[in-house]
Design a protein around this ligand. Structure first.
Ligand code: PLP
Length: 398
């Protein structure tokens, strides 16, 4: 019954989920406190009080028709508020017509890709990448093209990118702050990419859309600036999610913003609205559209994640793990102490540490730690990380 394509993809399709499942089994054997599960990017923080308050008051509201179908783009009043909020924080000039509400970033990315891809169109992603991009691109007949980042900084390398761009390139996906590295792309790198795209568009007579996937935009440390993608790239859309910023991943809410300065912006918005409908999303969840509109100023406290980053980064590098210091999101992406990152991750599980191999993100030789877990788990895991690296050194005769 199952399509061959899906059957093939299901086999070992997610290292992240596999490690998470393994963690669940280990917790049954050793107890939750003795397993250090850094596998899944599932925020352990509760939504901010303002979000819960908005939810409570909306649930109690006497407004009629709150739970009805609506325009596929979402509620006009909500899209208006979002546009005003974006303009106030960025100085851009969006209107409600430039916003399409989505079922999280995952839903938003699928809607954008559905709207723009013809069969065999290419979409460039930067390795290490969020593994689901591969599926999202292939869902809509596209071909993922992988461009490696500079391994010393995990910034996209315009030199490599130039070699990956072709007359078939329809889009590139940027993700900053990044999953799995936590790195924030700096303005210089983004401007270099923008200049390169203009040259290639002229050369090929094509247009390349920049899709900025921004679930971690508000989780940034050390006063690091996250440059506005819309100010740098005219042909751009941003996909925003409330999954991490206000810790609502299970509620499936986010939105797509289309750059108002882009030629053909309204036609693209029409395509996004059609795709929202034809993919069967119909519209983003009504209740949570309203909640988000009431809670646009809310954010989880990034200092909570910063404290965890500091402890893990400082302690692990002291133990001898090598790692680029991340400025955002809630991930570390250290070098694997064993050359084979899959062997390393299996060994880590022997110490009850669940992490994900870099191979899953198109970047072997590394591993990902998702530190959206309690400080207690982090503190308790440190002796296990110490024993693990000592074990790896012994194995290598160091
Ligand atoms: N993009 C990236 C880079 C992510 O890390 C995630 C989730 O972890 C998503 C998209 C999907 O987010 P959402 O829950 O908003 O669909």
């Amino acid at each position: 019954m199952l399509a061959k394509n899906i059957a093939n993809k299901m086999n070992g399709s997610s290292w992240i989920r596999d490690m998470f499942e393994q963690g669940e089994k280990l917790k049954q054997i050793y107890g939750t406190d003795n397993v250090y599960d850094f596998s899944l990017g599932n925020p352990d923080l509760e939504p901010p009080e303002g979000v819960k308050k908005a939810l409570r008051s909306l649930v109690d509201s006497k407004l009629s028709g709150m739970h009805k179908y609506m325009s596929n783009a979402g509620l006009m009043s909500v899209r208006e508020k979002i546009a005003v909020h974006i303009n106030a924080t960025t100085g851009l000039d969006l209107r409600a017509e430039h916003i399409v509400m989505s079922c999280g970033a995952a839903g938003g990315l699928n809607v954008v890709l559905k709207a723009i891809l013809d069969p065999c169109d290419e979409v460039v992603i930067f390795a290490p990448y969020f593994p689901e991009y591969m599926h999202y691109i292939e869902n809509h007949g596209g071909v993922p093209v992988i461009s490696p980042c500079d391994p010393t900084t995990f910034l996209p390398d315009p030199g490599y990118l130039e070699k990956r761009l072709s007359p078939r390139t329809k889009a590139i996906i940027l993700n900053t702050p990044n999953n799995p590295t936590g790195v924030v792309y700096d303005e210089r790198t983004l401007i270099d990419i923008a200049d390169l795209l203009k040259v290639k568009e002229r050369q090929y007579g094509s247009r390349i859309l920049v899709i900025s996937d921004e679930p971690y935009a508000s989780i940034v440390f050390d006063n690091t600036e996250v440059p506005s993608i819309m100010k740098i790239f005219e042909n751009s859309v941003t996909v925003t999610s409330c999954s991490k910023s206000i810790a609502l991943p299970g509620e499936r809410i986010g939105w797509i913003s289309v750059n108002p300065s882009m030629e053909g912006a309204s036609l693209l918005v029409g395509g996004l609205i059609f795709s929202t409908r034809s993919l069967g999303f119909v519209n983003a969840p009504a209740l949570f559209q309203r909640v988000v509109a009431e809670a646009l100023e809310e954010n989880v406290d990034p200092n909570i994640y910063k404290e965890r980053r500091d402890i893990l980064y400082n302690q692990l590098t002291r133990l001898g793990y090598e790692c680029v210091k991340p400025q955002g999101a809630f991930y570390l992406f250290p070098k694997s102490p064993l050359e084979d990152d899959i062997a390393f991750v299996r060994r880590a599980a022997d110490y009850n540490i669940l992490v994900v191999p870099g191979t899953a993100f198109g970047c072997p030789g590394h591993f990902r730690i998702a530190y959206c877990v309690s400080l207690t788990t982090i503190d308790n895991s440190l002796p296990a990380f110490k024993a693990l690296i000592e074990d790896c050194r012994r194995l290598q005769g160091i």
